[in-house]
Design a protein around this ligand. Structure first.
Ligand code: DQA
Length: 151
């Protein structure tokens, strides 16, 4: 049984109600239900926090145990050296995810401080971005405990 965790950062607890023109009207609960039904052989855990340090605590807690992490760090994507370092500190592969296509939005969203520490990045496919990230993690090679883009 593979174990994957989806970690969502700040304001993503408001999915479905938050700027639906950008993030859609679907909820994370419904997306999780659909993912768990689609991948019965995978344990899909979920964690959300608005607090940067709690995201780091969770990465450290699960990063040595799970087969992969799907991380939507929200706005911390664009600001957090600490999250970059946390991702590099754990052996589980991490896929950076965004619901919106950040490259079509404000310039401050074009830069990710965590992308270079992640195995790959998926953005712009709405809530389906999470499924695509899981596909990537389940794909060849990506569930091996290789370091996240180690030098
Ligand atoms: C986001 C994009 C970020 O720029 C933003 O701060 C978010 C959500 C996305 O999923 O599209 O909170 O990560």
């Amino acid at each position: 049984m593979k174990r994957i965790i989806i970690i969502n950062g700040p304001n993503l607890n408001l999915l479905g109600r938050r700027e639906p023109g950008i993030y859609g009207s679907g909820t994370m609960e419904a997306a999780l239900d659909a993912l768990r039904r689609r991948y019965p052989g995978v344990t899909i855990d979920y964690f959300q926090s608005n607090v940067e340090g709690l995201l780091i605590d969770k990465l450290q807690e699960v990063g040595f145990a799970v087969d992969g992490v799907v991380l939507n760090a929200g706005a911390y994507t664009h600001t957090s050296v600490a999250l970059h370092d946390a991702i590099r500190s754990i052996p589980a592969p991490v896929v950076e995810v965004h619901i919106s296509n950040v490259h079509t939005r404000e310039e401050f969203r074009h830069r990710s401080l965590i992308a270079a520490a992640c195995r790959g990045v998926i953005c712009g496919f709405g809530l389906d971005s999470y499924r695509l990230a899981i596909e990537a993690l389940l794909g060849a090679g990506c569930t091996e405990n290789e370091p996240n883009n180690a030098d």
